[in-house]
Every structure is written in C-alpha cells, then in structure tokens.
Design a protein around this ligand. Structure first.
Ligand code: SAM
Length: 226
C-alpha cells in the first residue's frame, strides 16, 4: 500500500486517501518514482492528485503544457501518460532533482523538455517571447504562488487551464489549527486564493483532493448572463 514518508495530505481521512492513492492503475515507472520518493524522502504530487491531473489532461488534450516544479517528474509523466502528444516543458530550480527526473523521462521514452531555472524568471522569458500554453501546472514553493498567478494567467492560451497544487496546505488554509511557524505560508495562500477570484475573466475552482488543487479557467461568456 502506498504510504507517504511524511504525513498524508491530512485533508481526507488517511484510510480513504490511501485507498484512492492505490486505486488507479498506472505505469511501472510511476510506481518506481513513488518508491524512490519514499526511500529518498523527496516530495512528489500525491498519486490521487496525479490521477485527477491525468484524467483532466486526457480529456482536454492540451497541445502545449508548462509545468513549474518538476521534482522527480512524477506529475510530468502523469500528464504525459494522460496525453502523449502534448508538447511538455517542465521547469525546476534544483539541478539534482531535474537530472533525476530526466533519467525517468528517458526510461519512459517521454520527449519532455526540461529547463533549469527559477520558475518566475522563466515565465518572464516565455512572456517576452509571446509564448502561450494550453495547460499549466504549478507545484513549487507555495509561498511563491501569489507572485506566480499573474504570469501564469498571462501565459494561458484562449480556453487554457491552470492548476496549482498544495493550495489548502494540510487544511490549514481552510481553518484547521496550525503551528505559528506556518503563519506566513497560510496567510500568503489565503491571499492568493482571494486574489485569483478577482480576475474578471477567470473562474477559480478549489478541489479538496491531495493537498488541495486549484483550477483556473476562462469564464464562459454565457456564464455572466445567467
Ligand atoms: C513538490 S516538488 C515537485 C514535485 C513534482 N511535481 C512531482 O510530482 O514529482 C517542488 C519542486 O519545486 C521546485 N521549486 C521550488 N521553487 C521553485 C522555483 N521558484 N522555480 C522552479 N522550481 C522551484 C523544487 O526544486 C522542487 O523540486
């Protein structure tokens, strides 16, 4: 049974989360990354969140995908297996992690473009080249999210979708008691969740799966008239 090396996300009951984490069939390489993550204590996207991401990507079939926070490439490969024709670019500021992810990509035969850079800086570069993406997944440092959202939305193509992980931060953001040391992170995430609701052309949907996934998509024009 999949057990994380650290706490479960703490949003769902542990037994429910464990049941869901192991329910979905997946490629052996994803199981291997899960094992590596536990052995080496490197965080990855929770399998239940990865399964949802994969499902969404398989429905949306985005041509161009951008990921900020490659880590071990677990989420990247989940996206790739969801839609193998997507052109995927993934960015991480940690060389060691990126190199490990590249090993997994090679073994999976996945032609994923990796970029060693700070996410914000790379997004600036992409905007200056007027690039756009149909699907953007952000799984980096939560406290940086309030500085990412404008860039992420500016990079989305028409009809594009952005997803941010960890936005509920073990439920603390939603009011669960937390240690004082998390105060800054919780406040920043709460502000981020409020800010994204103010973008007039986007709708924000918060899903309590894993550690909390936030979906941002353009509003349907008819939505406002109802
Ligand atoms: C939770 S891990 C990502 C896990 C990954 N999505 C997976 O499922 O394997 C977060 C990653 O974000 C990277 N990171 C943190 N801040 C970043 C930044 N400003 N720009 C780019 N990457 C960043 C870290 O180096 C780390 O590898």
């Amino acid at each position: 049974m999949f057990k994380r090396w650290e706490n479960l996300s703490e949003i769902l009951l542990p037994e429910v989360e464990n049941f869901c984490n192991t329910y979905n069939e997946r490629e052996g390489i994803l199981n291997e990354i899960e094992e590596f993550s536990q052995k080496e204590k490197v965080p990855i996207l929770l399998p239940v969140s990865a399964a949802l991401l994969r499902l969404i990507v398989s429905i949306l079939k985005p041509k161009r995908v951008l990921e900020i926070g490659t880590g071990l490439g677990y989420s990247t490969l989940s996206i790739y297996f969801g839609y193998r024709e997507a052109e995927i670019t993934t960015v991480d500021s940690n060389r060691k992690r990126l190199e490990k992810a590249e090993e997994f990509f090679e073994r999976a035969g996945a032609p994923i473009k990796t970029v060693l850079s700070d996410g914000l800086e790379y997004m600036r570069e992409l905007l200056s080249r007027e690039e756009s993406f149909d699907f953007i997944f952000v799984d980096s440092v939560k406290s940086e999210y309030p500085f990412f959202n404008y860039k992420v939305l500016a990079l989305l193509s028409d009809g594009g979708v952005a997803v941010f992980d960890n936005v509920l931060f073990r439920g603390y953001v939603a009011g669960r008691d937390y240690d004082k040391k998390y105060e800054r992170g919780v406040k920043l995430l709460r502000k981020f969740l409020e800010d994204v609701k103010k973008y007039p052309n986007f709708e924000a949907t918060l899903i309590p799966v894993g550690d909390g996934l936030l979906f941002l998509k353009q509003k349907e024009l008819s939505y406002e008239k109802v």
